[in-house]
Design a protein around this ligand. Structure first.
Ligand SMILES: [Zn+2]
Length: 273
């Protein structure tokens, strides 16, 4: 009983406490939903950012104990990613991303390569309009399909006017050809942690979406500390393709930057296929 009560209290505190300072701290623009290392609550409070990682010291099974704001990583009941398996069929409104071409603004935040998006790209998700804030990459994929990871996963992080987050996940697999839309991003990838840089190159993020838009849908969380919940997830079934060389280039920088799948618990996994 006591433990349950504590868990609820922690979660109630974190839903408001962990997400919003991050949004406010970066004025909503360069908001690093899964990248709290810069501009997060700890930094604003003058504390050193807590070290977390994917392997070794600060690995995912320790995230919940690294600092108070990270407790939901271990205590949360709606964590991401998950194994996409055994979904319920549902009639859901299809997601409609309308991503504009934009100048490439890129950073290496120590955990991934992130592209911060210019104003004007949006997606309609579950009938609501969300603005595209940033996108970034994981190797291997974080979500797994019937237990199988993809080579990589791309996350398009969005926020609506009410401040709620929605992420569109795109699986990435190795095909025969180089991915032309990925090429300018890969060419600009910093090899070490580096602040945001505007390269002047134009990119076409719409071309990083799969042609077919069948998807899975569930309620989850950020996949990096502070693992805040209340994130609406969509993962497209069809992957986009890249070359073996493009995969190797990212894998060299990030041998592993994927959180393992979390328990689904009582959550529904819906499929629109
Ligand atoms: Zn991510």
């Amino acid at each position: 009983m006591a433990r349950n009560y504590d868990r609820r209290a922690v979660l109630a505190g974190l839903v408001g406490g962990a997400l919003c300072p991050v949004c406010a701290g970066l004025a909503g623009r360069a908001f690093a939903a899964e990248t709290p290392a810069a501009g997060d609550g700890a930094a604003e409070a003058g504390r050193a950012a807590v070290h977390w990682d994917y392997t070794g010291a600060g690995a995912p099974d320790e995230w919940g104990t690294l600092e108070a704001d990270f407790r939901v990583c271990s205590l949360g009941m709606e964590q991401s990613p998950i194994n996409l398996s055994g979904p319920m069929k549902a009639q859901l409104a299809g997601d409609v991303p309308t991503f504009a071409d934009m100048p490439l603004t890129i950073l290496h935040n120590g955990h991934t390569i992130q592209v911060n998006c210019a104003l004007g790209s949006k997606s309609t998700i579950d009938g609501q309009v969300y603005e595209l804030l940033q996108f970034h990459f994981h190797h291997p994929s974080e979500h797994v399909i019937d237990g199988r990871p993809a080579a990589m996963e791309l996350h398009f992080v969005h926020k609506n006017a009410a401040g709620n987050l929605a992420v569109l996940g795109v699986m990435m697999e190795v095909g025969n050809a180089e991915n032309a839309a990925l090429a300018p991003i890969w060419a600009a990838m910093p090899a070490t942690a580096t602040p945001e840089r505007n390269t002047g190159t134009m990119i076409k993020p719409a071309e990083l979406l799969p042609a077919k838009r069948e998807f899975w849908r569930y309620q989850g969380s950020l996949t990096t500390p502070p693992c805040s919940e209340g994130v609406l997830w969509t993962v497209f079934r069809d992957p986009i393709q890249m070359s073996q060389g493009q995969l190797a280039r990212f894998a060299q920088l990030f041998p592993v930057n994927a959180r393992p799948p979390q328990g689904r618990g009582r959550r529904f996994l819906l499929e629109n296929m």
